[in-house]
Design a protein around this ligand. Structure first.
Ligand code: ZN
Length: 170
């Protein structure tokens, strides 16, 4: 397993709709393991394939305290959402240092294929539901700041730019 470099916003791959995974090859399994390690190392609670430069529909998530509840979702599809919405602060490994409030469905049902090619369903609420919506957005070429108003979006981009300039000086 290896830690992969994380694609930084803005990058074309982060705004590209990803292609479905056709079959679960050894290459896909290795990528899944590398993505998990990259997510834990960062550390983060979720990572989507385009964030490591692969424009395919696969995500990894683990919102547990002990980091022992890894979920790898191949071709995930949100099939049901609650009417109830929740609003929490979100961040993203592709936009380090940026935290903004985003409205999401409080509960979601997601169908996906696991790494054995078996169809699975997960009913999620709370942080896991938010995380799944955030990561699946990545597969559709969306980042969380796309949910913000123009004003807040511009502010977030300016903050990111400033942060990067400061990092360069260090
Ligand atoms: Zn993200």
């Amino acid at each position: 397993m290896s830690v992969l470099p994380i694609v930084q916003f803005p990058n074309e791959i982060l705004s590209t709709v990803c292609a479905p995974v056709e079959s679960i090859t050894d290459e896909i399994k290795t990528l899944a393991a590398d993505m998990a390690q990259t997510m834990y190392e960062a550390p983060g609670v979720g990572l989507a394939a385009p964030q490591v430069g692969k424009s395919i529909r696969m995500i990894v998530v683990d919102v547990s305290e002990e980091k022992d509840c890894l979920l790898t979702l191949v071709n995930p599809v949100i099939t049901e959402v609650s009417e109830e919405l929740i609003c929490g602060e979100e961040g993203c490994l592709s936009l380090p240092g940026i935290w903004e409030k985003v409205e999401r469905h409080a509960e979601v049902t997601v169908e996906y294929s696991d790494l054995q090619g078996q169809k699975q369903t997960v009913h999620a609420h709370g942080l896991l539901a938010v995380c799944l919506q955030h990561e699946i957005d990545h597969l559709d070429g969306k980042v969380f700041v796309d949910h913000l108003s123009r004003l807040k979006y511009d502010r977030a981009c300016a903050k990111l730019k400033k942060r990067r300039q400061q990092e360069k000086r260090c």
